[in-house]
Design a protein around this ligand. Structure first.
Ligand code: DAH
Length: 348
């Protein structure tokens, strides 16, 4: 009997020690201490033993049972602890994982463009002047040398408000930022250097025209201003904006508020005319960027500035177009679309 007890002790304690799961432990418990277990079988045998041996043998088997119960308990606790720490590890935050991206918001490309141009021009002494989007006929047309019958009014299809008692002349949504030239001269006098960014409106809506778009006007009035000053000034703007020293060219044009009037093209900052398939200049090598000219004496007079003493230059550019050129955006409508994914080409 004693050998049997010892064998069972050795067998079960080492099996329990090696057990790796609580299931394994449970089946060991059944096969040792369970109803049909081997230790239980020994206990049952005690009844058939002669009484002088039964007491000592009984003590032995009971001792074994108690011992096994104790190591079962210890082992069960160990397994449970191990299980817990594994779950803990699995649930722990893995600081090495890349953070999930959060879209913090960015400036609209047009606003970005506006900030850049304003910064560049501030660097050469220009201030920012703003004017109203709901404008009077006088500032939008009349003062800029565009009288009522002037054909140039047809160049810009205008949104008009009906006349009322307060504004018997009627008002309109400004069609360009040029009226801010007049407002600025009347307010600040000469000499003056201002840039005037803002929204403008025209009755136009197709892939390359939107009824609302953004312009930036520039005006410099001083004594003895030369055409070369205008070229130099615009060159500074373009080179800084496109981040490159670019050639430019002028084409004769017509605006009622400048004389002479020009349109300026700059060399394509992307391909310099070398790529016939260039997405920016479409192979022409040139980008049309703005209308400009020497301020018409009529306009100076409208702004309360004496044309005998002062002259100057002005330019007007489409900010949306500048943004499209710089960021390679090929459809104007994306600028006003709700889908950021399209404008940023999925880059956030
Ligand atoms: N106001 C013109 C337009 O919207 C642009 C322009 C041309 C502005 C020449 C100017 C200028 O100041 O000198 O088409």
């Amino acid at each position: 009997m004693l050998t049997q007890v010892n064998e069972l002790r050795e067998y079960f304690s080492s099996r329990i020690y090696e057990a790796e799961s609580s299931d394994e432990l449970q089946s060991l418990k059944v096969s040792s201490l369970g109803k049909k277990g081997e230790v239980t079988a020994l206990l049952k045998k005690l009844g058939s033993m002669p009484s002088e041996e039964r007491k000592a043998a009984g003590e032995c088997v009971n001792l074994l049972r108690n011992e096994l119960e104790e190591i079962f308990e210890t082992k069960a606790k160990q397994l449970k602890d191990k299980q817990n720490s594994m779950t803990e590890q699995r649930n722990a935050i893995d600081v090495s994982l890349p953070a999930s991206g959060r879209y913090a918001g960015v400036f609209h490309p047009v606003v970005e463009t506006l900030h850049e141009i304003v910064n560049i021009m501030a660097g050469v002494g220009f201030s920012v002047a703003l004017g109203p989007e709901i404008e009077e006929d006088f500032y939008n047309f009349e003062a800029l040398n565009i009288p009522k019958s002037h054909p140039a009014r047809d160049m810009q299809d205008t949104f008009y408000f009906p006349a009322d008692d307060v504004h018997p002349e009627g008002r309109l949504l400004r069609t360009h930022t040029s009226p801010v030239q007049i407002r600025s001269m009347l307010k600040y006098g000469a000499p003056i250097r201002v840039v005037c960014p803002g929204k403008v409106y025209r009755r136009d809506n197709d892939p390359t025209h939107s009824p609302m778009f953004n312009q930036l006007e520039g005006l410099l009035v001083d004594e003895d201003v030369a055409f070369a000053d205008m070229k130099g000034c615009l060159q500074v703007l373009m080179n800084n904006f496109f981040g490159k020293s670019l050639r430019n060219r002028y084409r004769a044009s017509y605006f009622p508020f400048t004389e002479p009037s020009m349109e300026m093209d700059v060399e394509c900052f992307e391909c310099s005319g070398k790529n016939p398939d260039c997405r920016i200049c479409k192979g022409s090598g040139w980008l049309e960027v703005c209308g400009m000219g020497m301020v018409h004496p009529y306009v100076l007079r409208s702004g309360g500035v004496d044309p005998a003493k002062y002259n100057g230059f002005a330019w007007g550019m489409g900010l949306d177009r500048m943004a499209m050129l710089k960021y390679g955006i090929n459809d104007l409508r994306l600028m006003f679309d709700g889908s950021l994914q399209d404008v940023t080409r999925g880059e956030y």
